[in-house]
Design a protein around this ligand. Structure first.
Ligand code: GLU
Length: 298
């Protein structure tokens, strides 16, 4: 049984399910959704659905249709779709306003470095190299083909993860975060931090693969004017055999493929929660039974 430290959960909790619209859902997403809805239902949190489609190069409308259809099929109902506008792609004005605000209070600068040049990988793919600050003092003009970064001063951010306890990270450990990428996309860091702030999300439930980004995002949130950061809960991931996390390339464990083979929603939820270590056996489980995995609360 999984024990949720209730005293670490904020008052009137609001959490979100925020899949990136860059691929089809797979078993790992279902396990993540089980954490989000299960914990939300166990502690009375509202679930906001947000489609993280800020990466316009990798977005495809058929991914969005499929994600929404899979959630409905699994009977995982959000409490709030943030009106009918729940796509990051519709919030360019918000990110532009935040960039203007950041630029007036902090130092932002144009950056022409490519990922390959600086050895920095995507914040969402796991291993992350720090940005060296190469363009910080070069005085480059903002121009197409150049990104925008903001200077983050070194300093430790302390936070209490609901599952992992007291943690601290150097907010500048990853270097100055990119706010706009070289293709002109709003970045992951800027969009999730701005959206969580504006949507009143105060409980961020996400996989341990994003833990490295948390100190940096807490700092960025403060720089955007957030007075108290969201509470974070980083959960374990489904591992494939050699101990790697599942990826979108694992087609065999794709929700579409499993549905085509005739799996039921309850069997899929049962398999996902088992593979992520929440249950001892892959027993079918209905969406409205997920809360039972996260109680009793302390
Ligand atoms: N859209 C992100 C993802 O699917 C989650 C956002 C976050 O929690 O940072 O990886």
């Amino acid at each position: 049984m999984f024990t949720l430290a209730r005293d670490r959960v904020p008052e009137n909790p609001v959490t979100r399910f925020a899949p990136s619209v860059t691929g089809w859902l797979h078993l790992g997403h279902v396990a993540h959704a089980a954490f989000v809805w299960g914990i939300a239902r166990a502690c009375g949190a509202r679930v906001v659905l947000r489609l993280d489609d800020h990466d316009r190069g990798r977005f495809r409308p058929e991914y969005e249709t499929s994600i929404l259809d899979d959630l409905e099929w699994l009977k995982l109902e959000p409490d709030d779709r943030y009106g009918s506008r729940y796509r990051q792609g519709e919030y360019g004005d918000r990110y532009a306003a935040e960039l203007t605000r950041l630029s007036s209070c902090y130092r932002t600068y144009a950056c022409e470095c490519t990922r390959a040049m600086i050895g920095e990988s995507s914040p969402q793919t796991g291993s992350v190299g720090a940005y060296s600050g190469r363009c910080r003092d070069r005085g480059l003009a903002r121009a197409p083909g150049r990104g925008v970064r903001v200077v983050v001063e070194p300093g430790v951010e302390k936070f209490t993860d609901v599952l992992l306890g007291e943690l601290h990270q150097d907010a500048a450990g990853g270097g100055d975060p990119l706010l706009v990428d070289r293709a002109g996309n709003w970045t992951y860091h800027l969009s999730v931090v701005a959206d969580d702030l504006h949507e009143g999300v105060n409980l961020v439930i996400r996989g341990e693969d994003l833990l490295h980004a948390t100190g940096r995002q807490i700092r960025l949130a403060r720089m955007l004017g957030r007075t108290s950061p969201p509470v974070f809960l980083h959960h374990q991931l489904i591992q494939d055999d050699p101990g790697n996390k599942l990826s979108k390339r694992d087609g065999a464990l794709g929700v579409r493929e499993l549905r085509a083979q005739g799996i039921t929603p309850e069997e899929l939820l049962g398999l996902a929660v088992h593979r992520v270590g929440l249950t001892a056996a892959p027993k079918p489980l209905a969406a409205d039974e997920l809360a039972g995995l996260f109680g009793p609360t302390e």
